[in-house]
Design a protein around this ligand. Sequence first.
Ligand code: ADP
Ligand code: ZN
Ligand code: ZN
Length: 792
Amino acid sequence: MFAPWVEVLVDVPGTTEVFTYQAIAGVTPGDVVQVPFGSRTLAGIVFGWVSELPKELTAAQVKPITAIIHTKLFPSDYWPLLQQVAGYYQTSLVNVLRLALPPGVFRRSQNRVTLTATPPPSTLSVKAQKLWDILSAGTRDYSRRYLEQKVPGCSTALRELSQLSVITSYCYFPGSPQAQYRQLVTLCTGDKTELTPAQKRVVEVLEHQGGELWHHDLQKQVKTSAITLQKLEKLGVITLQKRQWLRREMQGVTPDQPRCLTTDQQVAVTKILEAVASRQYTEILLHGITGSGKTEVYLQVIAFILAQKKQALVLIPEIGLTPQLTERFRARFGSQVWVYHSGLSEGERYDTWRAVWQGEAGVVIGTRSAVFAPLPHLGLILLDEEHDASFKQSQMAPCYHARTVAQWRAQALHCPIIFGSATPSAETWHALAESRGYISLPERIPPRPLPPIRLVDMRVELVKKNFSLFSQYVQQKIVQLQDKSQQAILFVPRRGHSTFVSCRACGYVLPCPRCEVSLTYHQAEVAQEPLLYCHYCNWRQLQPQRCPACDSSFLKHFGCGTQRVVQELQRLWPQLRVLRYDRDSTSGKGAHREIMQEFQSGAADVLVGTQMLTKGLDLPKVTLVVVLAADGLLHLGDYRAQERAAQTLLQVAGRAGRGDQPGEVIIQTYSGEHPVLDAVCCYAYNALMTQELRQRQELGYPPWGRLVLLRLSGLDENLVAQTAQKLAIQLQSEHWECIGPAPAFIPRLANRYRWQLLLKNTDDSPWPDLRWLHRRCPQGVQLLIDVDPVEL
Ligand code: ADP
Ligand code: ZN
Ligand code: ZN
């Protein structure tokens, strides 16, 4: 079909609107083009064909595209993928593009300014002088936004410098020529028999590093003069070339060699390589406890992919928490590894994206959004810790799950996808545990028993008149730490400020009578009684004075923060050295690493932390792991609470006894007979999943039923609540159940009131397009459509 017009997303700040232009020969959706826009010429992306003009436009008013800048900007599977994401997650293609592309491509505010002349002009205005000072120091190339921050209101001053021809501005865009060039040293076949010692050293370093190094990296390892290098080039031993250099975050690592695989690992590698060879879409679950050698399997499989001149995409939950993994990939594959995540600087992110897009990256490691890394020769996708909830976006559109998008990508490319985890998600378990794609690595390397897990019933402590946060057993263990120079982790499970209500005497937890999830306690406004509610269906009730099950008066809301735990430790044992590890104490850049290094160096005996402790830490001196109250996990008022509790508990347990000395795990709880705790204590993950899936089936929760969560928010509480109620009425249907509306789990965030509405589909049929709901929301109420929600 040829239609004369196309829709173009023009590169103007914050726009979500597409404009219509006249097509020119050869243009296709996904192309980057130049278009007239007002008095300017701007870049934009062609979205699609238009067969009919909008009513307000006549054909004569529609301007033609000026030029095609990039055709085939994306690999051929890529544009359809973006469209699929927009469709399935019920948002606009613009939103998906903003996510997939690095900043700078679609924001004019990311325009950059470069200094082009050195001698400072003789007279400058005050602001222009300030700009000059900034520009002439450092990299001489800054984003306009940065300059604006440093020198507010600097546009006149920029124009002044521009008229003096000392700066140029450019639009930051893929393929733009604003790259940096550096010297690349490559080893050649020339005769190496009669070299001087200095020359030999250069050759040795190059040989050791795969035959190619940037000059500045070479200099770090061996001091050489320019003359030495030139002589080597004359001898035909090396070549020196100026090459485009892309900014990237890269630290030196010591190269490392493949290990000789264990039998289990060998089986895993063989199976995965068979899948690679079949050139078909294959899902593989690599179920291996922490320390069972999964990473080594990944590395060896990827070595094979690289040898075939293909590329691998590795998705991990959080870069900051898993520096060890990234370092191991770099140690094995060197500069072929590119890291892509939101913690990079803008320049790094932009250049990394471009390097990946140009095909320079053999391996891309990244967090959630890296699932959109535009690798042109992708041959394998891998999700490590695939159960992790951070793979799902829940805050802004598109609310995509990186696991699902990765599956679509692998399907389109006919390549395997590997899900690695010690505690696979219920979805993955359901799909793969009994399939040919299931691979298990059941033993640690070297073989070492898993630490025993002991339950301590806090109700008994109460009877013994121990009202402390720590059971007597835990107290004994903590006292012994310093003598043995061992370390402990105290894990405080907690999510937000919400909490549930339970009886400390008998463990009874107040449930919603309609939804079978725990009721949530909310701190009362002044002079009001505390209220309990279900954030699925909005059931509300006052908190009873006494326990409905045993009539004790110890019915309390639950939970205490890390801060309280630290205070309590210091009160009991003033000489104990304690470190805190949670969102608050690690908010600065690099703070994770610093606290971890401090703890690893032995500067503290005890590390008190939250959920972040569960991820990828290898701390050999930790022999004791204490979960202060498992109840905080078990009763999270969410249908996934039990799955997540089991995963979290097993992941923290995995932190104990990783060194030479055996470890021990203690779980304190008020619900000692809970089936999840039973299963966790004997590491019975398989049995637990079977049980969990059966329950989900009965209640029609995923992976059986499907869910869509409509998240509404706004500054006016009444308006948000009313809108939620109106939508609930409009959404009545025989095809699904409409649950709620109810206040969200976190009912107020950053001054915005939050309500939600859950749609539950009991069969597997796809959702109709719900985007029309946006038009039913009044001004001041924002709607976020969350398909397959993970955080409810
Ligand atoms: P996981 O990723 O499952 O936690 P790793 O791959 O990190 O496991 O392996 C755990 C430890 O065992 C690491 O220190 C790793 O270097 C080592 N290791 C893994 N495979 C082997 C092997 N085949 N031979 C010797 N050591 C190994
Ligand atoms: Zn009770
Ligand atoms: Zn309910």
